[in-house]
Design a protein around this ligand. Structure first.
Ligand SMILES: [Zn+2]
Ligand SMILES: [Zn+2]
Length: 193
């Protein structure tokens, strides 16, 4: 172990030095961390810097540190039907093993079968929660957020909010006739010359 330790690079880095490596020791914490950038999808995301309440339980196990916890966030976006603002509260649970680097190396040597799954590793006495938070929060967000399950959306023809004018409809003109009508309109000489 070296005497100098890398300063935490981000607020999502947890110092685990108090936990020790004796299997069975445990630390429970509650803290608030700022949301990282791009926590979400194109249609809904958690604004960067939002204060996220985070609870964690760190357990020392033989392989590393088992991290169990919950994170809460409020994602904002737009309803995919009517484009009104939408905000959605999510509370997500996570559990992940952060392996000690020496153990992780051993795993690679023996060719652990889960090569394709991302392995979290304890680095220099810290664990980085950011990838874990991302994997926890983003899948909990709706793929197509709506302001209400029964949102009527916008009229496909004129774009008016159907809720504001639920009965309105458009006379369905045969597309061939409407093309002719458009031509006729163009050809029409200006009358009030
Ligand atoms: Zn809507
Ligand atoms: Zn319309």
């Amino acid at each position: 172990m070296t005497m100098t330790r890398t300063a935490p690079r981000s607020p999502w880095m947890l110092d685990i030095s108090d936990l020790g490596r004796r299997p069975g020791s445990m630390i429970e914490t509650e803290r608030e961390i700022p949301a990282p950038a791009d926590l979400g999808t194109d249609v809904i995301s958690v604004p960067e810097g939002q204060t996220l309440p985070l609870t964690t339980r760190l357990e020392s196990v033989v392989e590393g540190v088992l991290v169990t916890g919950t994170v809460r966030a409020t994602a904002v976006g737009a309803c995919v039907r009517c484009l009104d603002p939408v905000s959605i509260n999510v509370e997500s649970r996570f559990q992940e093993l952060f392996a000690y680097a020496d153990r992780a190396a051993h795993h690679r040597e023996v060719g652990a079968e889960d090569d394709e799954t991302e392995q979290h590793v304890v680095v220099d006495g810290y664990i980085d929660l950011e990838p874990l938070l991302r994997d926890t929060v983003v899948p909990a967000l709706p793929f197509q957020p709506v302001c209400r399950e029964d949102c009527l959306g916008l009229c496909a023809q004129c774009g008016v909010r159907m809720e504001d004018d639920p009965g309105h409809e458009h006379v369905d003109i045969d597309p061939r006739w409407s093309a002719l009508a458009a031509l006729a309109e163009q050809a029409e000489p200006a009358e009030d010359d």
